[in-house]
Ligand binder design. Structure first.
Ligand SMILES: *Cc1c(COP(=O)(O)O)cnc(C)c1O
Length: 450
């Protein structure tokens, strides 16, 4: 029995489960999608909360520019470029034998400074928020101060009395660990078995304690949580439930709005914006989608992408079981080359509060991630890690769908011709060269055999 039903009963009541269990690429357009104005009420946060997070990151910009000189060019603001993907779009459309409709773009979070992934948004924000709370309460900082003063031995000695802990498949640990250690916190990262060796080495070289587990992400998180509970001076970054992580991701939306304007890209009912977000536990894509829905409302269509071996959010929302269900319950193994997405149980907070705001969910086989990793590198020169490729096939799932989704939403051929499809490229620039060469070799081999 799986949650009170046999697998047969599940497959009868939820037909897509058969495909998920057989690891078939699956696409599900959400019949529960609701008008944005109505569905935003499900989220216990507002645009004012996002703007507050954005203002906090601006207060910290002088500190960031001082502590991380690579951010001096952007004056301490951690942001990624918006890049056209016209050639890859043409190649993928030719391969699928479909006409090019709309325009494909990349949000290159692989290039985010400091930690090279989308976690440089939420992860770094949460550590900064915690540091600000402590420093203001202790009088180390006064409102209105120049936060560059935190890049000092005095501040580091203060933060050194406190610690930060997190459980991670790798990238969140990198962001939290690098930022915490730089501020002076004692940092410990509980790493799941999927985490790449170079991420552990990198963290240890920054003075972060890395605790390794032979098991998956959920176990690493639980161990981190327990360690932190035993120590009142330890702040646990709760990837499954943290409001601050979520808000840190959401800040991306306002900044993207400015980038779209600068690129002359319109977003409205006649010019829909589709955004394809790789999903692990859900906080990153959920936070970004929340920010985007606040700004673009019904004109933006957010779609989550997961590996066929780790479809936890699709399964959680589709069955309505959310964090009560794990992919293992259905015999799905949670083993994927997309280490950033190797999560078996979704965030209940994200699943529940975003379930009427997300247009759809789909799964991608690892071989396709590798193939597209090599294609993107060959055609456009962008180097993404496997997880970050999950968003690339999304536009073909939308334009080729036959579930009545486009019709239901009034997404006519004319509107699709005006559409912008945005692939959220969630990570890659920190991957060491030998590791990237191995990814590329794998992808090229698959392409040659295609
Ligand atoms: C963490 C991560 C994601 C997904 O974020 P979640 O908050 O776990 O859903 C996507 N891509 C990469 C590269 C990541 O590291």
């Amino acid at each position: 029995m799986i949650h009170d039903k046999t697998l047969d009963q599940w497959q009868h009541s939820h037909p897509l489960i058969a495909d998920l269990v057989r690891l078939q690429p699956t696409t599900w357009f959400n019949p529960g999608l609701a008008p944005t104005a109505q569905a935003l009420g499900d989220v216990p946060l507002t645009l004012a909360d996002v703007d507050d997070a954005s203002a906090r990151l601006e207060r910290f910009a002088s500190y960031i520019a001082s502590a991380f000189p690579q951010t001096a060019v952007s004056k301490g603001i951690i942001e990624s470029p918006l890049l056209p993907l016209a050639q890859v779009q043409a190649a993928l459309c030719a391969e699928a034998q479909v006409p090019v409709q709309g325009a494909l773009w990349l949000k290159a979070d692989n290039l985010l400074p400091i930690s090279g992934s989308i976690k440089a948004r939420g992860g770094i924000y949460e550590v900064l928020k915690h540091a600000e709370d402590l420093a203001l309460a202790a009088g180390i900082l006064q409102p209105g101060d120049d936060y560059a003063s935190l890049d000092s031995d005095r501040a580091r000695a203060f933060f050194g009395q406190y610690s930060v802990a997190v459980g991670s498949t790798g990238n969140l640990g990198l962001s939290i660990g690098i930022m915490s250690a730089r501020l002076g916190f004692k940092a410990s990262v509980h790493m799941s078995a999927d985490a790449r060796q170079w991420k552990k080495d990198r963290l240890r070289s920054c003075g972060v304690e890395v605790i390794e587990y032979a098991s998956d992400y959920s176990v690493a998180v639980e161990q981190g949580r327990q360690q932190a509970e035993a120590d009142p001076r330890c702040h646990f970054v709760d990837d499954e439930n943290s409001i601050n992580l979520f808000l840190g991701y959401a800040v991306a939306a306002r900044r993207l709005q400015r980038q779209l304007e600068a690129a002359g890209i319109r977003v409205d009912a006649e010019h829909p914006l589709f955004v394809y977000l790789p999903c692990g536990v859900g906080g990153g894509p959920g936070g970004v989608a929340f920010g985007l829905k606040q700004i673009f409302a019904d004109a933006v269509h957010c779609v989550f992408a997961e590996p066929t071996h780790s479809p936890c959010m699709l399964l959680g929302v589709y069955t309505g079981l959310h964090e009560q269900v794990s992919v293992y319950d259905f015999g799905i193994d949670n083993r994927t080359a997309a280490d950033g997405l190797a999560v078996g149980r979704p965030s209940g907070f994200v699943g529940r509060s975003m379930q009427r705001l997300i247009d759809g969910y789909y799964t991608v086989p690892d071989e396709q991630l590798y193939r597209q990793l090599a294609q993107l590198e060959a055609i456009e020169g962008h180097r993404l890690e496997p997880s970050a490729l999950a968003g690339l096939p999304g536009f073909l799932r939308v334009t080729g769908e036959r579930q009545g989704y486009r019709q239901r939403l009034g997404l006519s051929a004319q509107r699709l011709a005006n559409a912008t499809h945005l692939v959220w490229g969630t990570g890659g620039s920190m991957v060491p060269d030998d590791e990237m060469q191995a990814y590329l070799a794998q992808g090229r081999t698959l392409l040659a055999g295609h």
